[in-house]
Ligand binder design. Structure first.
Ligand code: FAD
Length: 427
């Protein structure tokens, strides 16, 4: 293309539209920065819509014993999210569905006393309470349930509605990027820019700061620029999905002998109302290298041992291989906090991983602090790039993709409005 590129000047160009990029876009827009977010697939793809939606205060990370850095850093997050969900926080989440205002922790007999002793110390902090027999969730209200059960005052949010809500708040700022038509550049002073060859007009995007929030895509973006730091680690998982006929939902962790929960269950609805249990925890960590069939067999065994009274006959099963993307830690340890830092070798580039959905607000806080420290102020007007680029769409959930509806919405509608004559024709 010989046309000279149109220079576009922004305060922030965010690359990657998961919870990290979208949350930061919300905060930056509210703070008056001019922003554009560029998404390669669809908003919420990869980890965000694959998450279990648990906004936790870090309690499960303290199971090993003492409070760790992780539990201290994360402890305030549920309160922060609650304020946002009520429209009183730094991001307006009034359109985000809350799937549950609590979740459970339970353990079998063998671990009961350890759990009881440990959680008893937390009860005074008002975040955990033992559940009396007659207050149990329907799933565990069975005469054969003999474990200990606790209720945590943390929340579970519906990730698709979260993504839709965050996207709605910044709706004219999220664009689809096709990397076969786009390229990142770095000049001799280490300044990053982005060239996009749109059908109408080549664009050259300049920004006071580029921010990579592309999850596992961050490594590839850095590579495009010949940069290697900050480095990334991947923690592979394979989640299990069960579409079943059990009428009740459930959100909770079953504890085993290890510090990672033996099984984490969250419940999600398909568009046709059918229910899916989404299974993670140690099952998904250990199952990362298994074949889907072996892992499904393992999941059936686990559920058979833990809740044998639930009849899963006729259930449909699927798995989702997915990796958590995090900043590199010594010994592949879990990072304690959201991470965002300047890329080494570039003067206007930040790279971040929230490490947990829960910590997205924390990542945005850190990012805005870094902008403030660098003296970056609101300097450019917002420009809507929609005349050149399509808006980014919302991604589908893993369960919608695994269990597609038997018929499309159009077919279902056609069936409802079928004339009696049509039926006669077919007889
Ligand atoms: C199975 C699972 C369960 C989880 N459950 C929980 C939970 O219950 N609670 C919790 O707090 N955390 C949970 N997490 C962690 C949480 O989901 C992640 O930490 C968080 O979603 C990461 O968000 P992100 O925006 O950094 O990355 P992602 O959600 O991975 O988003 C990255 C986005 O960038 C886009 N992208 C990638 N490459 C490019 C590119 N080159 N150009 C443009 N765009 C690009 C992707 O398409 C995607 O939209 C879970 C994670 C997994 C995998």
């Amino acid at each position: 293309m010989s046309q000279s590129p149109l220079p576009i000047h922004l305060d922030l160009a965010i690359i990657g539209g998961g919870v990290a990029g979208l949350w930061l876009a919300n905060r930056a827009k509210r703070a008056g920065f001019s922003i554009a977010l560029f998404e390669a697939k669809a908003l919420g793809s990869e980890q965000t819509l694959a998450s279990q939606g648990m906004i936790h205060g870090g309690m499960k990370y303290t199971l090993a014993g003492a409070l760790t850095g992780a539990s201290e850093a994360i402890a305030e997050m549920p309160k922060h999210w609650r304020a946002c969900l009520c429209g009183e926080g730094d991001v307006d989440l009034r359109h985000t569905r809350i799937l549950s205002d609590h979740f459970f922790m339970w353990s079998g007999d063998d671990l009961g006393s350890k759990l009881t002793g440990f959680l008893a110390s937390k009860i005074t902090r008002g975040r955990v309470e033992p559940v009396h027999q007659d207050r149990r969730p329907p799933l565990l209200r069975h005469k054969d349930f003999t474990g200990s059960l606790y209720r945590l005052e943390d929340i579970v949010i519906d990730a698709p509605s979260l993504v839709a809500n965050l996207a709605l708040n910044v709706k004219s700022h999220c664009f689809q990027i096709d990397w076969s038509q786009a390229k990142l550049h770095k000049n001799a002073e280490g300044k990053v820019s982005l060239r996009i060859d749109t059908p109408e007009q080549p664009l050259e995007i300049h920004a006071q700061r580029f921010v990579f929030t592309a999850g596992k895509g961050n490594a590839e973006l850095l590579q495009q620029l010949g940069l290697a730091s900050p480095a990334m680690q991947l923690r592979p998982l394979q989640q299990v999905m069960v579409k079943h006929h059990h009428p009740f939902d459930f959100y909770g962790h079953c504890l085993g002998q290890e510090s990672t929960p033996r099984l984490t269950i969250s419940s999600h609805r398909l568009p046709d109302g059918a229910q899916v249990w989404y299974l993670g925890g140690s099952l998904a960590e250990k199952g990362a290298g298994m074949t889907p069939d072996d892992l499904i067999e393992q999941a059936k065994q686990e559920l058979g041992e833990l809740i044998p009274w639930v009849n899963l006959e006729g259930a449909e099963w699927a798995t989702l291989p997915i990796a958590r993307a995090e900043p590199l830690q010594p010994g592949l340890l879990r990072p304690d906090n959201a991470f965002i830092a300047h890329a080494e070798g570039a003067s206007n580039l930040l790279v971040g991983w929230p490490t947990k959905l829960t910590l997205a607000p924390n990542l945005a806080n850190q990012a805005l602090d870094l902008l403030g420290d660098a003296g970056i102020t609101q300097s450019h007007n917002n420009i809507n790039l929609h005349q050149y680029l399509p808006y980014a769409e919302l991604a589908k959930t893993p369960w919608e993709l695994a269990f597609p509806p038997a018929m499309s919405a159009e077919e279902a509608l056609a069936l409802r409005f079928r004339e009696p004559d049509d039926e006669d024709d077919q007889q």
